[in-house]
Write a protein that binds this ligand. Sequence first.
Ligand code: ATP
Length: 224
Amino acid sequence: MTAAIEARSLSRELTGPVPVTLVRDIDLVVEPGEFVAITGPSGSGKSSLLYLLGLLDRPTGGEVLVRGEPTAALTPDQLAAIRLARIGFVFQFHFLLPEFSCLANVEIPIRRLGRLSAAQARDRAAGLLDSLELADHRKKLPEQLSGGQRQRVAIARALANDPPLILADEPTGNLDTRTAHLVFELFGTLAREQGRSIVVVTHDTELAHLADRRVHLVDGRIVP
Ligand SMILES: Nc1ncnc2c1ncn2[C@@H]1O[C@H](COP(=O)(O)OP(=O)(O)OP(=O)(O)O)[C@@H](O)[C@H]1O
């Protein structure tokens, strides 16, 4: 099986008067349908690794392969095209557009992809919200929802491009324990039932146990 995403000897250093190593020598393979949690203390490099896997940052050593394809030689436009086609991002802060309804927040990125008519885009956005049990909240503004509901809208938006890979950086950092569990269970469902690969950064080791596998970072390295 071709890995959804793979890191080979991945390193990221910042040069300057005091060089900083964000991640060092990371080898990681994430298979289709696999749900992986990246854990580790604050400052251990979790976000840095996720940004590299998401092609939002470039490594200074090693490489990232998407579906077995090397990415090192690609231009910024080519990297953006891969992100658009293959990766959905979820962040700690939902970044929903406050003046638009939940439906519009999901519909707008679908329309930007330019593949569907306005009516089809609206139907798809509504379907995504329904599948995340947000059917009753389509017309509401983000501020009218709870934190967990808002994060579910953000996940629906991340699914706009039907990505085989979802990368999430502390998506439950703002949520209470019960809601955080529900969000992790949702990721598990997206992996098991829809075959998507999910990589979630969390400092919460209990939540991480809801993933199929845990990768623990200390000082930018994977430790057993
Ligand atoms: N642009 C930067 N300049 C200098 N140091 C940086 C920069 N970005 C990250 N760092 C440092 O690199 C290390 C790794 O940061 P990173 O955000 O990846 O860790 P993290 O495990 O996600 O932390 P947290 O759980 O606190 O979000 C930290 O020590 C951080 O201070």
